[in-house]
Design a protein around this ligand. Structure first.
Ligand code: ZN
Length: 422
């Protein structure tokens, strides 16, 4: 890359400092809370207007055909495109603009978008409206610096990441707005910090175990079969056998925090027998359901995780043959990891070193994010997350993002996109 162009792009980001922070604050003031998916249309329009003001061609895209897309809560995504000289495969920056509910414990207005002592406060400031602002202005800094780029640069703002992203990035990928036929690389500015590039995440296997017994009068429990008791055998096996076995398995992926380098299982919820808040009638519980969240490693694979659960259930079945057990899948996301020699990773790590003066580190995420849709549906393996904010502040009360981090990340994104697109 020409070093004069690099300096011009960095200077343009610096010059736009207040504009970038103002834009991020404006996004924070739109309460795009998910669930239920509020104010998506307003937020998509604000992003679209900004992109249009920067000379991009803009499409507002309702997620037609998705059940989540309703008249009360329309799912509207936005894509802006700066054409390149050659218009081959695009470099795509994608950020979600939905935020999780406010929750308790705030000392500030969660939708005030206040900037104080170098921090932008509010729900979504860290996860990830500052990232969206950084993406929009990274492309703009390249334009203002007068740098000609061969590849098109696209920026999308999408919905529903916090609830799986099916009407957001999943939908854009299904509709080929992001696809291996037209997209070379995708950067998602999720809040992993100014010097960390996130290359992927573990897999998710959410499943439900259902135990059925036989109802009887509670004063004569020996005449029935208690489904909760049956489930307790399975829960014992999860705690005593599966849990310790999973703890022995460590992935080679650089997952942070380090505890999540191991395979894990969580019991999300349990429901069985009579509702405990109603006036109970004396009955033997004939049904019990438990939902589990199993995070599996790239090295394990989904089939191994599934087979293991099925075998464990057979063991529980043998301990209490009168109970009928069944498994139902709830949600499956395969693990994903960008190839470590991807040009995208090289471009970002070089840009991080240039802007921060520090070495970049590669990390992987404990939870999933929209990278799964880019990798699996769009078929674009060159996808990573890189953006401003500290992961630990996401979804917390008094969430904030450091203004310096927003500016640094905008510079890094601009330099990386410039390298990849010219
Ligand atoms: Zn996020």
């Amino acid at each position: 890359m020409h070093s004069a162009a690099v300096d011009r792009v960095i200077a343009e980001v610096e010059r736009a400092r207040d504009e970038i922070v103002d834009f991020a604050a404006r996004l924070v003031r739109i309460p795009t809370v998910n669930p239920p998916g509020a104010d998506y249309e307003a937020c998509a329009s604000v992003i679209g207007d900004q992109l249009r003001a920067h000379g991009a061609s803009v499409h507002l895209l309702p997620a037609l055909g998705r059940v989540e897309h309703t008249p009360e809560h329309p799912r509207i995504n936005v894509v802006g495109r700066h054409d390149g000289v050659s218009n081959g495969h695009a470099i795509h920056l994608n950020g979600h603009f939905d935020v999780v509910p406010v929750g308790l414990g705030w000392t500030r207005d969660p939708f005030g978008g206040e900037v104080e002592a170098g921090r932008l406060y509010g729900r979504g400031s860290c996860d990830m409206k500052s990232g969206v602002a950084a993406a929009v202005f990274a492309a703009e800094a390249i334009r203002r610096a007068g740098v000609r780029h061969a590849a098109p640069i696209e920026i999308s703002g999408t919905v529903d990441e916090e609830s799986g992203g099916f009407a957001g990035v999943g939908w854009l990928a299904e509709q080929k707005w992001i696809s291996h036929e037209r997209t070379r690389a995708v950067i998602i500015p999720e809040p992993f910090g100014v010097d960390r590039v996130c290359i992927g995440h573990r897999g998710v296997y959410w499943f439900e175990v259902i135990a059925e017994g036989r109802i009887a009068h509670g004063s004569m429990p020996y005449l029935g079969v208690n489904a909760i008791e049956g489930m307790s055998h399975f829960l014992d096996l999860v705690r005593d056998e599966l849990g310790p076995a999973l703890h022995q398995r460590v992935t080679a992926m650089p997952v942070v925090p380090e505890g999540s380098r191991r395979a894990t299982i969580n019991i999300n919820g349990i429901d069985g027998g009579q509702p405990v808040d109603d006036v109970p009638s004396p009955c033997v519980a004939d049904r019990c359901r438990v939902v589990f969240d199993r995070r599996f490693l790239l090295e394990e694979g989904l089939e191994k995780a599934r087979t293991e659960i099925a075998a464990l259930l057979q063991k529980a079945q043998a301990r209490m043959p009168e109970v009928t057990f069944a498994i139902a899948d709830r949600l499956i996301f395969e693990p994903t990891q960008a190839p470590e020699d991807a040009p995208l990773i090289g471009a970002l790590t070089r840009a991080i070193e240039k802007v921060t003066g520090r070495a970049a580190s590669l990390v992987a995420s404990p939870g999933t994010y929209d990278q799964k849709h880019v990798a699996r549906i769009a078929g674009v393996p060159q996808c990573v997350a890189y953006g401003p904010g500290e992961l630990a502040l996401a979804h917390q009360p008094d969430e904030y993002c450091s203004v310096d981090d927003i500016i640094s990340c905008t510079k890094v994104l601009a330099l990386a996109v410039m390298e990849l697109s010219t």
